[in-house]
Ligand binder design. Structure first.
Ligand SMILES: Nc1ncnc2c1ncn2[C@@H]1O[C@H](COP(=O)(O)OP(=O)(O)OP(=O)(O)O)[C@@H](O)[C@H]1O
Length: 361
Protein backbone atom coordinates (compact mmCIF):
# COMPACT_ATOMS: atom_id res chain seq x y z
CA UNK A 1 0.00 0.00 0.00
CA UNK A 2 2.50 2.59 -1.16
CA UNK A 3 0.04 5.41 -1.27
CA UNK A 4 -0.56 4.99 2.44
CA UNK A 5 3.14 4.84 3.27
CA UNK A 6 4.24 7.73 1.05
CA UNK A 7 2.83 11.23 1.50
CA UNK A 8 4.22 12.12 -1.91
CA UNK A 9 2.30 9.36 -3.69
CA UNK A 10 -0.81 10.17 -1.70
CA UNK A 11 -0.60 13.85 -2.71
CA UNK A 12 -0.02 12.78 -6.32
CA UNK A 13 -3.07 10.52 -6.25
CA UNK A 14 -5.21 13.35 -4.90
CA UNK A 15 -3.86 15.76 -7.49
CA UNK A 16 -4.65 13.34 -10.28
CA UNK A 17 -8.21 13.40 -8.99
CA UNK A 18 -8.44 17.18 -8.77
CA UNK A 19 -7.48 17.87 -5.13
CA UNK A 20 -4.50 19.50 -3.46
CA UNK A 21 -3.46 17.89 -0.18
CA UNK A 22 -3.48 20.37 2.72
CA UNK A 23 -2.99 18.43 5.95
CA UNK A 24 -4.10 15.49 8.05
CA UNK A 25 -7.00 16.58 10.27
CA UNK A 26 -7.92 13.36 12.02
CA UNK A 27 -6.99 9.78 12.65
CA UNK A 28 -9.55 7.13 13.38
CA UNK A 29 -9.36 3.40 13.88
CA UNK A 30 -10.30 2.80 10.26
CA UNK A 31 -8.54 5.56 8.40
CA UNK A 32 -6.99 8.97 8.33
CA UNK A 33 -8.83 12.12 7.38
CA UNK A 34 -7.22 14.91 5.32
CA UNK A 35 -8.15 18.46 4.45
CA UNK A 36 -7.85 19.00 0.71
CA UNK A 37 -8.62 21.83 -1.70
CA UNK A 38 -10.29 21.45 -5.05
CA UNK A 39 -7.85 22.50 -7.77
CA UNK A 40 -10.76 23.63 -9.93
CA UNK A 41 -12.49 26.04 -7.55
CA UNK A 42 -10.45 26.25 -4.31
CA UNK A 43 -13.24 24.72 -2.26
CA UNK A 44 -12.04 22.81 0.79
CA UNK A 45 -13.10 19.24 1.49
CA UNK A 46 -12.27 16.46 3.89
CA UNK A 47 -11.04 13.14 2.49
CA UNK A 48 -11.38 10.05 4.68
CA UNK A 49 -8.98 7.42 3.42
CA UNK A 50 -10.10 3.87 4.18
CA UNK A 51 -7.77 0.98 3.52
CA UNK A 52 -8.61 -2.71 3.13
CA UNK A 53 -6.46 -5.80 3.07
CA UNK A 54 -8.56 -7.26 0.28
CA UNK A 55 -10.75 -5.71 -2.37
CA UNK A 56 -12.16 -2.61 -0.72
CA UNK A 57 -15.53 -3.07 -2.35
CA UNK A 58 -15.95 -6.35 -0.50
CA UNK A 59 -15.48 -4.68 2.90
CA UNK A 60 -18.94 -4.48 4.42
CA UNK A 61 -18.07 -1.70 6.90
CA UNK A 62 -16.55 0.51 4.19
CA UNK A 63 -19.37 -0.07 1.76
CA UNK A 64 -21.90 0.32 4.58
CA UNK A 65 -20.47 3.74 5.41
CA UNK A 66 -20.52 4.82 1.77
CA UNK A 67 -24.06 3.58 1.17
CA UNK A 68 -25.32 5.19 4.35
CA UNK A 69 -23.74 8.57 3.60
CA UNK A 70 -24.97 8.43 0.01
CA UNK A 71 -28.52 7.75 1.13
CA UNK A 72 -28.81 10.19 4.05
CA UNK A 73 -29.44 13.77 3.00
CA UNK A 74 -29.76 15.82 6.15
CA UNK A 75 -28.27 19.20 7.09
CA UNK A 76 -26.78 17.73 10.27
CA UNK A 77 -25.25 14.67 8.68
CA UNK A 78 -21.90 15.14 6.98
CA UNK A 79 -22.47 15.03 3.23
CA UNK A 80 -20.63 12.87 0.78
CA UNK A 81 -19.36 14.69 -2.31
CA UNK A 82 -17.70 11.80 -4.15
CA UNK A 83 -15.80 8.56 -3.56
CA UNK A 84 -12.44 7.75 -5.15
CA UNK A 85 -11.67 4.04 -5.36
CA UNK A 86 -8.54 2.04 -5.96
CA UNK A 87 -8.63 -1.74 -5.48
CA UNK A 88 -7.61 -1.39 -1.81
CA UNK A 89 -8.59 2.20 -0.99
CA UNK A 90 -11.80 4.14 -0.69
CA UNK A 91 -11.44 7.89 -0.32
CA UNK A 92 -14.62 9.58 0.84
CA UNK A 93 -14.70 13.24 -0.12
CA UNK A 94 -16.93 15.02 2.40
CA UNK A 95 -17.75 18.40 3.91
CA UNK A 96 -14.77 19.69 5.87
CA UNK A 97 -15.46 20.61 9.50
CA UNK A 98 -13.10 23.52 10.22
CA UNK A 99 -13.38 23.17 14.00
CA UNK A 100 -12.78 19.42 14.25
CA UNK A 101 -14.75 17.16 16.54
CA UNK A 102 -16.63 17.85 19.75
CA UNK A 103 -14.44 15.60 21.86
CA UNK A 104 -11.21 17.38 20.94
CA UNK A 105 -12.98 20.63 21.22
CA UNK A 106 -14.14 20.06 24.76
CA UNK A 107 -11.33 17.96 26.21
CA UNK A 108 -8.21 19.28 24.58
CA UNK A 109 -9.35 22.75 23.86
CA UNK A 110 -9.32 24.74 20.76
CA UNK A 111 -6.06 26.56 20.20
CA UNK A 112 -6.78 30.25 20.09
CA UNK A 113 -4.43 33.15 19.91
CA UNK A 114 -4.11 34.43 23.44
CA UNK A 115 -3.81 38.13 23.80
CA UNK A 116 -5.46 40.56 26.07
CA UNK A 117 -7.78 41.92 23.42
CA UNK A 118 -9.01 38.55 22.08
CA UNK A 119 -11.31 37.60 24.84
CA UNK A 120 -14.15 35.21 24.55
CA UNK A 121 -14.27 31.74 23.26
CA UNK A 122 -17.59 31.73 21.43
CA UNK A 123 -18.50 28.22 22.53
CA UNK A 124 -18.04 28.30 26.25
CA UNK A 125 -18.95 30.30 29.31
CA UNK A 126 -15.44 30.92 30.45
CA UNK A 127 -13.08 33.21 28.65
CA UNK A 128 -10.23 30.75 28.79
CA UNK A 129 -9.38 27.61 30.47
CA UNK A 130 -5.98 26.12 30.19
CA UNK A 131 -4.26 23.12 28.79
CA UNK A 132 -2.93 21.21 31.79
CA UNK A 133 0.79 21.38 32.19
CA UNK A 134 1.96 17.90 32.95
CA UNK A 135 5.36 18.80 34.24
CA UNK A 136 4.74 20.77 37.37
CA UNK A 137 4.34 19.34 40.81
CA UNK A 138 3.33 22.19 42.95
CA UNK A 139 -0.38 22.27 43.47
CA UNK A 140 -1.92 19.40 45.41
CA UNK A 141 -5.52 20.05 44.44
CA UNK A 142 -6.29 17.62 41.69
CA UNK A 143 -9.96 18.47 41.46
CA UNK A 144 -9.46 21.67 39.58
CA UNK A 145 -8.03 22.88 36.37
CA UNK A 146 -5.61 25.56 37.40
CA UNK A 147 -5.29 28.81 35.56
CA UNK A 148 -1.91 29.54 34.13
CA UNK A 149 -2.61 33.01 32.81
CA UNK A 150 -4.17 35.84 34.71
CA UNK A 151 -6.90 36.20 32.14
CA UNK A 152 -7.78 32.53 32.19
CA UNK A 153 -10.78 31.60 34.22
CA UNK A 154 -10.46 28.94 36.84
CA UNK A 155 -12.89 26.10 36.53
CA UNK A 156 -13.69 24.95 40.01
CA UNK A 157 -15.76 21.92 39.42
CA UNK A 158 -14.68 20.26 36.23
CA UNK A 159 -12.59 17.22 36.81
CA UNK A 160 -10.95 15.95 33.70
CA UNK A 161 -9.72 12.45 33.32
CA UNK A 162 -6.40 13.70 32.06
CA UNK A 163 -5.91 15.81 35.13
CA UNK A 164 -6.90 12.98 37.43
CA UNK A 165 -4.60 10.59 35.63
CA UNK A 166 -1.76 13.04 36.15
CA UNK A 167 -2.74 13.46 39.77
CA UNK A 168 -2.60 9.71 40.33
CA UNK A 169 0.89 9.71 38.97
CA UNK A 170 1.74 12.53 41.35
CA UNK A 171 2.12 15.36 38.90
CA UNK A 172 -0.05 18.40 39.05
CA UNK A 173 -0.59 21.62 37.28
CA UNK A 174 1.33 24.73 38.01
CA UNK A 175 -0.67 27.66 39.26
CA UNK A 176 2.13 30.05 38.41
CA UNK A 177 3.72 29.21 35.12
CA UNK A 178 6.49 31.13 33.58
CA UNK A 179 8.20 31.48 30.21
CA UNK A 180 7.53 28.51 28.01
CA UNK A 181 4.38 27.58 29.91
CA UNK A 182 2.84 30.90 29.08
CA UNK A 183 3.80 30.59 25.45
CA UNK A 184 2.25 27.15 25.32
CA UNK A 185 -0.94 28.28 26.95
CA UNK A 186 -3.91 27.02 25.00
CA UNK A 187 -7.50 27.87 25.50
CA UNK A 188 -9.92 25.29 26.64
CA UNK A 189 -13.51 25.23 25.73
CA UNK A 190 -14.30 23.09 28.69
CA UNK A 191 -17.50 22.95 30.62
CA UNK A 192 -19.71 24.76 31.08
CA UNK A 193 -20.51 25.08 27.43
CA UNK A 194 -22.60 28.07 26.68
CA UNK A 195 -26.23 27.00 27.11
CA UNK A 196 -27.04 28.09 23.57
CA UNK A 197 -24.21 25.95 22.15
CA UNK A 198 -25.18 22.96 24.28
CA UNK A 199 -28.83 23.20 23.28
CA UNK A 200 -28.06 23.72 19.63
CA UNK A 201 -25.48 20.92 19.47
CA UNK A 202 -27.57 18.36 21.30
CA UNK A 203 -30.71 19.26 19.34
CA UNK A 204 -28.88 19.03 16.01
CA UNK A 205 -27.33 15.66 16.80
CA UNK A 206 -30.68 14.35 18.02
CA UNK A 207 -32.29 15.65 14.86
CA UNK A 208 -29.71 13.82 12.73
CA UNK A 209 -30.18 10.61 14.72
CA UNK A 210 -33.95 10.89 14.59
CA UNK A 211 -33.80 11.36 10.81
CA UNK A 212 -31.53 8.32 10.40
CA UNK A 213 -33.87 6.28 12.60
CA UNK A 214 -36.81 7.33 10.44
CA UNK A 215 -34.89 5.61 7.59
CA UNK A 216 -34.32 2.59 9.87
CA UNK A 217 -30.64 3.39 10.02
CA UNK A 218 -28.83 3.16 13.33
CA UNK A 219 -25.51 4.99 13.64
CA UNK A 220 -24.13 2.76 16.44
CA UNK A 221 -21.12 4.93 17.21
CA UNK A 222 -22.59 8.14 18.60
CA UNK A 223 -19.92 9.81 20.67
CA UNK A 224 -18.34 13.27 20.73
CA UNK A 225 -15.51 12.33 18.36
CA UNK A 226 -18.12 11.72 15.69
CA UNK A 227 -19.82 15.08 16.11
CA UNK A 228 -18.07 17.55 13.84
CA UNK A 229 -18.13 21.27 14.48
CA UNK A 230 -18.62 23.47 11.44
CA UNK A 231 -19.29 26.70 13.30
CA UNK A 232 -20.90 27.74 16.54
CA UNK A 233 -24.36 27.17 15.10
CA UNK A 234 -23.74 24.06 13.05
CA UNK A 235 -22.60 20.56 13.96
CA UNK A 236 -22.92 17.39 11.90
CA UNK A 237 -22.93 13.71 12.70
CA UNK A 238 -20.13 11.78 10.97
CA UNK A 239 -18.52 8.33 10.80
CA UNK A 240 -21.20 5.94 9.63
CA UNK A 241 -18.75 3.03 9.55
CA UNK A 242 -20.87 1.00 11.98
CA UNK A 243 -24.19 2.07 10.48
CA UNK A 244 -26.81 -0.69 10.56
CA UNK A 245 -30.16 -1.12 8.86
CA UNK A 246 -32.41 -1.91 11.76
CA UNK A 247 -35.60 -3.06 10.03
CA UNK A 248 -36.41 -5.47 7.32
CA UNK A 249 -37.14 -3.82 3.99
CA UNK A 250 -40.67 -5.03 3.53
CA UNK A 251 -43.42 -2.78 4.84
CA UNK A 252 -45.45 -5.75 5.96
CA UNK A 253 -42.70 -6.86 8.26
CA UNK A 254 -41.97 -3.32 9.33
CA UNK A 255 -45.54 -2.79 10.34
CA UNK A 256 -45.26 -5.56 12.88
CA UNK A 257 -42.09 -3.96 14.13
CA UNK A 258 -39.69 -6.61 12.99
CA UNK A 259 -36.27 -5.29 13.89
CA UNK A 260 -33.00 -7.04 13.22
CA UNK A 261 -30.75 -7.50 16.19
CA UNK A 262 -27.08 -6.67 15.99
CA UNK A 263 -24.49 -9.20 16.98
CA UNK A 264 -21.32 -7.18 16.61
CA UNK A 265 -20.49 -5.29 19.74
CA UNK A 266 -18.42 -2.36 18.58
CA UNK A 267 -18.13 1.30 19.47
CA UNK A 268 -16.80 3.52 22.20
CA UNK A 269 -17.19 1.73 25.53
CA UNK A 270 -18.29 4.82 27.47
CA UNK A 271 -21.15 5.40 25.05
CA UNK A 272 -22.31 1.80 24.59
CA UNK A 273 -25.64 0.73 26.04
CA UNK A 274 -25.38 -1.99 28.71
CA UNK A 275 -26.86 -4.66 26.45
CA UNK A 276 -24.16 -3.97 23.86
CA UNK A 277 -21.34 -4.15 26.37
CA UNK A 278 -22.79 -7.40 27.71
CA UNK A 279 -22.55 -8.74 24.13
CA UNK A 280 -26.22 -9.69 23.99
CA UNK A 281 -27.86 -9.47 20.56
CA UNK A 282 -29.34 -5.98 20.70
CA UNK A 283 -31.72 -3.58 18.99
CA UNK A 284 -29.63 -0.87 17.38
CA UNK A 285 -32.07 2.04 17.52
CA UNK A 286 -32.57 2.06 21.33
CA UNK A 287 -28.81 1.55 21.74
CA UNK A 288 -28.29 4.79 19.78
CA UNK A 289 -30.73 6.52 22.12
CA UNK A 290 -28.66 5.47 25.14
CA UNK A 291 -25.55 6.90 23.43
CA UNK A 292 -27.37 10.21 22.92
CA UNK A 293 -27.83 10.48 26.69
CA UNK A 294 -24.14 9.77 27.18
CA UNK A 295 -23.33 12.53 24.71
CA UNK A 296 -25.42 14.95 26.73
CA UNK A 297 -23.57 13.89 29.89
CA UNK A 298 -20.26 14.56 28.12
CA UNK A 299 -21.36 18.04 27.13
CA UNK A 300 -22.44 18.81 30.68
CA UNK A 301 -19.38 17.37 32.40
CA UNK A 302 -16.57 17.68 29.84
CA UNK A 303 -15.87 14.10 30.73
CA UNK A 304 -16.86 10.71 29.37
CA UNK A 305 -19.74 9.05 31.23
CA UNK A 306 -18.97 6.32 33.75
CA UNK A 307 -19.36 2.77 32.47
CA UNK A 308 -21.97 0.61 34.16
CA UNK A 309 -25.00 -1.58 33.63
CA UNK A 310 -27.65 0.22 35.64
CA UNK A 311 -29.57 3.39 34.77
CA UNK A 312 -27.02 6.16 34.29
CA UNK A 313 -28.76 8.50 36.72
CA UNK A 314 -28.32 5.97 39.52
CA UNK A 315 -24.56 6.07 39.02
CA UNK A 316 -23.95 9.79 38.76
CA UNK A 317 -24.37 12.73 41.07
CA UNK A 318 -27.12 14.59 39.22
CA UNK A 319 -26.85 17.74 41.25
CA UNK A 320 -23.16 17.95 40.36
CA UNK A 321 -23.78 17.15 36.70
CA UNK A 322 -26.42 19.87 36.49
CA UNK A 323 -24.67 22.34 38.72
CA UNK A 324 -23.21 24.31 35.81
CA UNK A 325 -26.61 24.77 34.20
CA UNK A 326 -28.12 27.95 35.48
CA UNK A 327 -31.28 28.08 33.36
CA UNK A 328 -34.19 26.25 34.99
CA UNK A 329 -35.79 25.07 31.75
CA UNK A 330 -32.51 23.73 30.38
CA UNK A 331 -31.73 22.03 33.68
CA UNK A 332 -35.15 20.32 33.57
CA UNK A 333 -34.58 19.14 30.00
CA UNK A 334 -31.16 17.78 30.80
CA UNK A 335 -32.44 16.00 33.90
CA UNK A 336 -35.42 14.49 32.08
CA UNK A 337 -33.28 13.41 29.13
CA UNK A 338 -30.60 11.74 31.22
CA UNK A 339 -33.24 10.07 33.34
CA UNK A 340 -35.35 8.72 30.45
CA UNK A 341 -32.76 8.01 27.82
CA UNK A 342 -30.06 6.15 29.73
CA UNK A 343 -32.32 3.46 31.14
CA UNK A 344 -30.97 -0.03 31.36
CA UNK A 345 -34.32 -1.52 30.35
CA UNK A 346 -34.36 -1.13 26.60
CA UNK A 347 -38.15 -0.93 26.26
CA UNK A 348 -38.29 2.02 28.69
CA UNK A 349 -36.17 4.26 26.48
CA UNK A 350 -37.93 6.86 24.36
CA UNK A 351 -37.47 7.08 20.61
CA UNK A 352 -34.99 9.61 19.23
CA UNK A 353 -37.91 11.60 17.80
CA UNK A 354 -39.42 11.94 21.31
CA UNK A 355 -36.13 13.28 22.62
CA UNK A 356 -36.06 15.73 19.73
CA UNK A 357 -39.58 16.89 20.52
CA UNK A 358 -38.54 17.59 24.11
CA UNK A 359 -35.54 19.65 22.97
CA UNK A 360 -37.53 21.52 20.34
CA UNK A 361 -40.04 22.79 22.89
N1 LIG B 1 -15.45 15.79 7.50
C1 LIG B 1 -14.50 16.01 8.41
N2 LIG B 1 -13.98 17.24 8.62
C2 LIG B 1 -13.03 17.45 9.55
N3 LIG B 1 -12.52 16.49 10.35
C3 LIG B 1 -13.01 15.24 10.19
C4 LIG B 1 -14.00 14.93 9.22
N4 LIG B 1 -14.30 13.61 9.30
C5 LIG B 1 -13.52 13.13 10.28
N5 LIG B 1 -12.74 14.09 10.81
C6 LIG B 1 -11.77 13.93 11.92
O1 LIG B 1 -11.15 12.67 11.79
C7 LIG B 1 -11.45 11.87 12.95
C8 LIG B 1 -11.59 10.41 12.53
O2 LIG B 1 -12.65 10.32 11.62
P1 LIG B 1 -13.71 9.14 11.68
O3 LIG B 1 -14.30 9.08 13.06
O4 LIG B 1 -14.67 9.28 10.56
O5 LIG B 1 -12.74 7.90 11.44
P2 LIG B 1 -12.84 6.42 11.97
O6 LIG B 1 -11.64 5.68 11.48
O7 LIG B 1 -14.16 5.85 11.55
O8 LIG B 1 -12.76 6.66 13.53
P3 LIG B 1 -13.27 5.88 14.78
O9 LIG B 1 -12.02 5.46 15.46
O10 LIG B 1 -14.05 6.94 15.56
O11 LIG B 1 -14.15 4.77 14.31
C9 LIG B 1 -12.71 12.49 13.55
O12 LIG B 1 -12.82 12.26 14.93
C10 LIG B 1 -12.51 13.96 13.24
O13 LIG B 1 -11.69 14.57 14.21
Amino acid sequence: MEMVRSDRLWAKFLEANGYRLDKCVGQGSFGDVYAVTSIENDQQWAVKRLVARRNIQEDSYVMGEINALASIQHPMVVSLHEVLFTPRLACLVMDLAPDGNLEMFVLNGKQMKVNTSSTRNPYCECEYNVKPDRRKLRNGDNTRAIITRPECVLLQTTIRTTINAEAKRGSFISPHPTGEDRNNCACYTSSPLKPAFLISTFTQVTSAVSFCHSMDLAHRDINPSNVLIFNKNLVKLADFGLCFRACRESNAQKSIGSEFKCTDYLGNNHYLAPEVRRCEPFLALPADVWSLGCLLYFMLQANHPPIGNSNLTERIDMSNVLSQVTEDSLRDKCRQTLFEVCRSTVSERPKARDVLTLWNT
